[in-house]
Ligand binder design. Structure first.
Ligand code: SAM
Ligand code: ZN
Length: 287
């Protein structure tokens, strides 16, 4: 594996163009060790290069180190490549600012930035291990600690494309905040699992079930937005047991199962085993 490039502090400084103070919504400027708004609220910038812009009493901690590591291995394996390609395709060539809500390690955002050289991006996530990685994911990508249920620390109408890939922040609760940060004509790219996503594992291991209708819900999630496209991306992948474990442990099932418990339960499974990956990529555009 090639070593990650050192984080570029300029990505965060550049992102102050669209970021705002989560407490008073004033503009932010770089100061020693952090960023500060005109009203004097100070937020630390971690040694690893991400800023924490949390407002209020957020307790969200996001994904743990083992979850983030499992997701990295799955993404590196190519299993999500078709999903990422559909996400990148939906990013307009003239977009200037991308925000990735619950963007994790910035894997999708970084791919969009590689494909769109004039684009800059911000990953918002609650997870410290994810943010540490996101801060190094791409030289034009800033990483910002934030709880998407407690407001988005981005100014009004500053964003040309927002991503929400397997991430919280949807529904009515998230829609108003999302609409506020979108520029006229901006796009929102939402990836949600379909009911048959990881079907073979869900049934055999008693995992959390994905309710049907998430794509329809996503398509209707921003009142007045036009549905540009809603595309099902699905394939059956032949995976070994370690890969199956990663598929389970990179998501919310990690909060309900131990890896060692699942190792025992998968012990007799043939290798490789077919697993369905099935998601919808929903692209919305606001007026
Ligand atoms: C399933 S992962 C998806 C990550 C990324 N979008 C990707 O596809 O690689 C969900 C992400 O949402 C983050 N998250 C969970 N709750 C959050 C919250 N309240 N605010 C911000 N991020 C949150 C997690 O830390 C995690 O990185
Ligand atoms: Zn402030």
């Amino acid at each position: 594996m090639t070593p990650a490039p050192p984080h570029d502090p300029d990505a965060l400084t550049a992102a102050l163009e669209i970021l705002e103070c989560p407490l008073c919504r004033e503009a932010l400027e770089r100061v020693d060790g952090g960023v500060r708004c005109e009203a004097g609220h100070h937020f630390d910038v971690a040694r690893q290069g991400y800023a924490s812009l949390r407002g209020g009493a957020s307790t969200a901690t996001g994904d743990t180190v083992p979850m983030v590591e499992a997701r990295e291995r799955v993404q590196a394996s190519g299993v999500h490549d078709a999903i990422a390609a559909a996400v990148v395709d939906a990013v307009p060539t003239d977009a200037r600012w991308l925000v990735d809500l619950g963007g994790g390690t910035g894997w999708h955002a970084a791919r969009a930035l590689v494909a769109r050289p004039a684009l800059r991006g911000v990953v918002l996530d609650a997870s410290v291990p994810a943010l540490r990685r996101a801060a190094r994911a791409h030289e034009r990508l800033a990483a910002v600690g934030s709880d998407v249920w407690r407001g988005i620390p981005v100014g009004d109408a500053g964003v040309d494309v927002a991503l929400r890939v397997f991430a919280p922040g949807g529904g009515e609760r998230g829609a108003a905040e999302l609409e506020r940060i979108l520029a006229p004509g901006a796009r929102v790219v939402i990836v949600v699992p379909e009911a048959d996503h990881h079907r073979e594992l869900v049934e055999a291991l008693g995992l959390l079930r994905v309710p049907a209708g998430k794509a329809e819900e996503a398509a209707a999630s921003i009142p007045g937005a036009r549905v540009v496209s809603s595309t099902r991306v699905s394939a059956v992948h032949e995976l070994g047991r370690e890969e199956l474990l990663d598929l389970v442990m990179m998501g919310p099932n990690a909060f309900h199962h131990d890896r060692s418990e699942l190792v025992d339960r998968l012990a007799g499974w043939p290798e490789p085993t077919p697993v369905t990956i099935a998601v919808s990529v929903v692209v919305l555009q606001v007026a």
